[in-house]
Design a protein around this ligand. Sequence first.
Ligand code: 6R9
Length: 653
Amino acid sequence: MTDLSHGKTYPPPPEWQPRAWVNPQTSREMYDASIADPELFWDEHGQRIDWFKPYTRVKNTSFAPGAVSIRWYEDGVTNAAYNCIDRHLETRADQVAIIWEGDDPSESKHITYQELHDEVCRFANVLRNRNVGKGDRVTIYMPMIPEAAYAMLACARLGAVHSVVFGGFSPDSLAGRIEDCGSRVVITADEGLRGGRKVALKANVDAAIDRLPPGVDVDHVIVVRRTGANVAMDPLRDVWYDAAREMVTAECPCEHVEAEHPLFILYTSGSTGKPKGVLHTTAGYLVYTSITHKYVFDYHDGDIYWCTADVGWVTGHSYILYGPLTNGATTLMFEGVPNYPDMSRFWQVIDKHQVNTFYTAPTALRSLMQAGDAPVKATSRASLRLLGSVGEPINPEAWEWYHRVVGDDRCPIVDTWWQTETGGVLISPLPGATTLKPGSATLPLFGIRPELVDADGKVLEGEAEGNLVIADSWPGQMRTVYGDHQRFMDTYFATYPGKYFSGDGCRRDADGYYWITGRVDDVINVSGHRMGTAEVESALVAHASVSEAAVVGYPHDIKGQGIYAYVTLMSGVEPTETLRKELVGWVRQEIGPIATPDLIQFAPNLPKTRSGKIMRRILRKIAEDDFGALGDTSTLSDPAVVDELVNNRQNRR
Ligand code: 6R9
């Protein structure tokens, strides 16, 4: 087996020992105990959160085919906002909860736990005045401003279910998500601001609502003022948040909700069909994000912690807000981008706010790496103690650069593997305990039972490569696909009955370390964002000139994977450069900029089996420039199609 790290390993630095929550021995003991008696382990950690009514039953879960059911702490009663805010007030009212850093480096804010409480209560009252209550869905389409956090926590306070839609999604994508969960309230801002550029959020909401089918209604749009832009306001439907805020008090009781009450829906791409509404519930999710935030980031009181994700993704939910706030942490929220005003921005923010823990994505690191070491070295970063990575496999070169240049050879890196569906990190080093191997997410966290299986579901032992499944439930796991439990069971529990299938391939080395190799389904990972190839295909075929499309990923130096689209045009349509550009713009408009095709190849024919199935394996190989490995093409209905595709392939950038 090839060791991608060239055998180089990094033991935990000795200076970590006095302070770390766990060392190599205690972490192993804790892991073993969590597997030997999950009930006992998760009962103990159920105490991480406060309960209005304590639970008596810890775990009631089944991965049984056709009867998947996941319930944790089911008879307990609690509230997520209470755990993130109210319970800290006695000891932390004046401690900073959120440090907000604006897109413009001259703008930042410190929000204490008391201020967070007051703002969340006000937001909750504004929602309550618009009839939002327990179980109602609220769509949040916001820039990275404190009001996004207030809005999410306000929903939690009322027992309403938030569905955050990333601000980079198009009106169409937003409309689909509003419709799927039936939100009657949308929270947005006049405009977003990223890298000095404005994003027309309110206009997108208007366009999305215009597209809703008859019978699907949005009653209220709450608009936070961010840039002060002059936006259209429908007097019957739209309200400025600042005006509504003036009308309410800073007191709002927390709704008491059952442990399994839905906390949020987050849409994510899969290999087929429309994005799925991943549903997370209250207590188990909080317990899991809080325990993982504590141990993975070795979080101690007083630490300044920064996760650079957007709240539109699960990483923002779990590790900007819910995990850190449950732990009473100080969490930094950043509105901007890594290269604005210049390539030093991340490191300047670290110095400005004396950040101790920094958590980002490999794609950001790879693009910063290209600018060389100087923009990093121009800053001190002396406050940094720990670095983290998430979203996609981190290549050993980027890992080494992160360690050597950003961390001055001093800071461990936690490469955290997880998914929207898993709620929190499942495989990751613990900085005081785990010897690191660059490129490996290393070992499972407490309570997690990963297995590698072959195509037939046979469990592989020892050193092996296969598909990554998880053999038993953990509290942070998604509970269902919103409104479609059958789809939940079919997607995650049918491939390997009785096990949760992640969709990722993985190797395990002789030390038991896990090396995620990437998706094994038709999902591609573009700059750490998940994209279903089927989604891009259906956007393309919705264009009048396109008769058929097949989309695959290909290796991309910065994005990890790029989007390669093979497009067959309607007969009589000329394949021109203008049309190529139009199609790129079309997909951006249909889904959003994150789905922008990098390469479009016009293909008069696509390789198909005799039964008419597109042979994606071959398309992937051509996109990868791997022509030697096209494999068996004899089952194609017309093998000559392949030569034509190879001859006309788009050059990789
Ligand atoms: C948290 C998040 C999940 C997919 C996942 C995998 C990839 C995430 C990774 C990683 C290798 C890591 N992924 N973290 N691959 N090493 N440390 O990213 O959730 O957007 O749902 O994506 O991302 O392929 O299946 P999500």
